[in-house]
Design a protein around this ligand. Structure first.
Ligand SMILES: NC(=O)c1ccc[n+]([C@@H]2O[C@H](COP(=O)([O-])OP(=O)(O)OC[C@H]3O[C@@H](n4cnc5c(N)ncnc54)[C@H](OP(=O)(O)O)[C@@H]3O)[C@@H](O)[C@H]2O)c1
Length: 229
């Protein structure tokens, strides 16, 4: 990964922090973004924090413009931004929740893709790795807005894979089951955490997809369900 310029969205999140650290450990130049990201979040000279709100076209485009102006290129987009809402049937789902799920899980990735694809195509070996959810393929009662937004995201990434093969740009989406994050440990206190997916496993997979070895893998939708498989 040395000499690679990698942009991680959601870099201070439960999973994003592992993905960011894994790229840093591999010697990449990593730009970490989120609304509240700080330079002090990662103690590494190859890390740069660029705060951004990416649920709007303008926010995502300004971020990419800054990355390219400062680093001259981008070769990997690892998109981890997303969020969950559950507990309401479709009949009871309010407009605000539905809109929030689509802003977080679909609009963010759409705006990032629009802004990042042109410079990624320029690199001849660009990589896009997005984090979806098991719920994209396996909707459950009470999580309709979340599932639908992640399913739409999968469709978007597969389309991007088809549209950019000519430039050697790959696009893949990982579908985690429940991840062993501090937030999940707090909000689901009595769970059997041994069944959860370790964030480091997902980070390793992201790294592999971003590597030279992953160059022929594109348009794939990869379940990572842990022991709940
Ligand atoms: N946790 C799970 O069990 C689980 C299971 C399946 C799939 N997933 C998926 O895995 C991904 C990571 O999950 P996680 O648990 O690590 O999430 P998380 O801890 O909530 O992290 C979300 C990240 O997104 C950033 N963010 C949110 N809205 C943003 C916006 N508008 N603009 C820029 N940054 C924004 C947050 O930082 P700021 O607040 O600083 O902006 C944070 O860095 C998500 O896509 C999630 O849907 C998670």
């Amino acid at each position: 990964m040395k000499s690679k310029v990698v942009l991680v969205t959601g870099a201070n999140g439960g999973l994003g922090a592992y993905v960011t650290q894994a790229f840093l450990d591999a010697g990449a130049t990593v730009i970490g973004t989120s609304r509240k990201i700080q330079q002090s979040d990662f103690n590494n000279p190859n890390f740069t924090a660029l705060p951004a709100e990416i649920s709007t076209r303008e926010g995502a485009q300004t971020l990419l413009d800054k990355v390219v102006a400062r680093f001259g290129k981008i070769e990997v987009l690892a998109h981890t931004v997303g969020g969950f809402a559950g507990g309401q049937s479709i009949a009871d789902t309010d407009d605000t929740t539905f809109q929030r799920m689509f802003d977080l899980n679909l609009n963010c990735v759409f705006h990032m893709l629009r802004a990042a694809i042109p410079p990624l195509r320029n690199s001849d070996h660009g990589r896009i790795i997005a984090i979806g959810s098991r719920a994209a393929l396996e909707p459950g009662a009470g999580v309709g807005a979340y599932s639908a937004s992640k399913a739409a995201m999968v469709s978007l990434i597969r389309t991007v894979a088809l549209e950019n093969k000519d430039a050697g740009l790959t696009a893949n989406v990982i579908l985690p089951g429940t991840i062993d994050t501090p937030t999940n440990r707090k909000t689901i206190p009595n769970a059997d955490v041994s069944k959860w997916v370790q964030p480091s496993s997902i980070a390793d997979l992201v790294l592999w997809l971003a590597s030279e070895a992953g160059k022929d893998v594109t348009g794939s939708v990869i379940p990572v369900y842990g022991k709940d498989a």
